[in-house]
Design a protein around this ligand. Structure first.
Ligand SMILES: Cc1ncc(COP(=O)(O)O)c(C=O)c1O
Length: 408
């Protein structure tokens, strides 16, 4: 059989693929020396291989059969207890009824979509916003409404106006999705003042906020500190925030260990939804992560990675200035993995990507992150993976792709 279309359900037919995943397939199909500023991947050279090896070999010694057994849907209990400690360091007080693990924060986004979004709902997101959230929420058949972003995070006037406009038009509007710390893709840090005002706003407008925080630990001390990344969840007195975080960027994404901290009734529903998705989590991965926290690996990693990625950010900023002068502009990322560059007039993201691929360099097109059809004058450049000399070479290739005449 060649076509299975007639077998697909309406949802199966309309499923949205993450744009980044699609790009990954294009990249895999091309051979040659490619430098990727595209993927938001940590640098594998920064993984604590020695420590992981020691932990894994102890766990796999065969002395404890539960290491490879089924475990609870919510996750390995000692890990959840450790996560409570991680949360406390971030200012968040939670108990065991309010936390569960997920297979990456991506599963937290998918659970949010399944449990909280009905077809036809409006979900408010920033412009730009994370593609994985766009895909997960669209699969729940909602309409994503974009809210403007300022240099210090989401524009609160536009947010309230959008919410009220959609409600007046009869839509159910219950959710706002945000990445407050070093946003993917814009690298922006939401100001503390706006965080407080957002909590008040959520209470006033009866909204829930999905706070997605993979990068909060990766602040660059020259421009941002831990105090500035204090999660909204830390001051969530009225149970308005569903907080997602992950060990993907601080330990390793291959473990697929992340978590949700939310009001107990929501965690309860997520738990039930998760039962039919995966029954349980990968218990071996969870136990490696648990031991990594217990032995101080997580804290050591976070400190080392702040320095590693700050140096990479510096190299990328310097080399872009050297190559482009003021033809490219961006807001300095104070942490995280990404630089959100504005292209010169006359350049367009998709056409430029074609030229860039010919030169052997990749980025993610800006329009992939924008639910309102904008973003064609932007590109997301990730500085997390390529080593400094590859960043320099990649920028030189990008400069060649932009010469001699504008693409559009
Ligand atoms: C904003 C944001 N949310 C969620 C994720 C997914 O992370 P995980 O590896 O935990 O699924 C990413 C990964 O890049 C991200 O940037």
């Amino acid at each position: 059989m060649n076509s299975y279309d007639s077998f697909l359900s309406p949802l199966g037919r309309s499923l949205h693929e993450s744009v980044l995943r699609k790009m990954g397939q294009v990249i895999a199909s091309r051979s040659g020396d490619l430098i990727s500023f595209a993927a938001g991947y940590p640098d594998p050279a920064g993984f604590p291989w020695e420590e992981f090896r020691a932990i894994a070999s102890e766990l796999l010694s065969g002395k404890d059969g539960s290491v490879l057994q089924y475990g609870p849907t919510r996750g390995y209990r000692p890990l959840i207890e450790s996560i409570l400690g991680v949360l406390e360091k971030r200012g968040i007080k939670a108990d065991l009824t309010e936390v569960m693990t997920t297979s990456g924060s991506q599963q937290g986004l998918d659970l949010t979509a399944r449990v909280l979004i009905a077809p036809g709902d409006v979900v408010l997101v920033e412009v730009p916003t994370y593609t994985g959230a766009i895909a997960a929420f669209r699969n729940a058949q909602c309409r994503l409404v974009g809210v403007r972003q300022d240099a210090d995070g989401i524009n609160l006037e536009d947010l309230d106006a959008s919410c009220m406009r959609e409600r007046k038009a009869g839509s159910r509007v219950n959710l706002l999705y945000l990445v407050p710390n070093f946003q993917n893709p814009a690298g922006i840090l939401l100001s503390l003042e706006k965080r407080q005002r957002l909590l008040e706003w959520a209470e006033r407008r009866n909204m829930l906020i999905v706070e997605d925080d993979p990068y909060g630990e990766l602040y660059f001390e020259d421009v941002a500190t831990a105090a500035e990344t204090r999660p909204l969840k830390a001051d969530d007195r009225h149970g308005r925030v569903i907080y997602l975080s992950t060990f993907s960027k601080t330990l390793a994404p291959g473990f697929r260990v992340a978590w949700v901290a939310a009001p107990a009734p929501i965690v309860e529903r997520f738990d039930t939804a998760k039962q039919s998705m995966d029954l349980m989590c990968g218990i071996l991965d969870q136990r490696v992560v648990h031991q990594s926290i217990a032995r101080g690996v997580l804290d050591r990693q976070a400190a080392a990675l702040r320095k590693l990625y700050r140096d990479r950010r510096d190299v990328m900023e310097q080399t872009l200035r050297d190559q482009f002068g003021d033809r490219l502009s961006w807001i300095k990322p104070k942490g995280g993995f990404f630089l959100w560059a504005q292209l010169p007039d006359g350049f367009e993201d998709i056409a430029l990507l074609e030229k860039a691929m010919e030169q052997g360099v990749l980025f993610v097109i800006g329009s992939a992150f924008c639910v309102d059809g904008s973003g064609h004058g932007r590109v997301r450049l990730s500085f997390s993976w390529p080593a400094p000399d590859r960043i320099r070479e990649g920028a030189a290739r990008l400069a060649r792709a932009m010469m001699p005449t504008p693409v559009a």
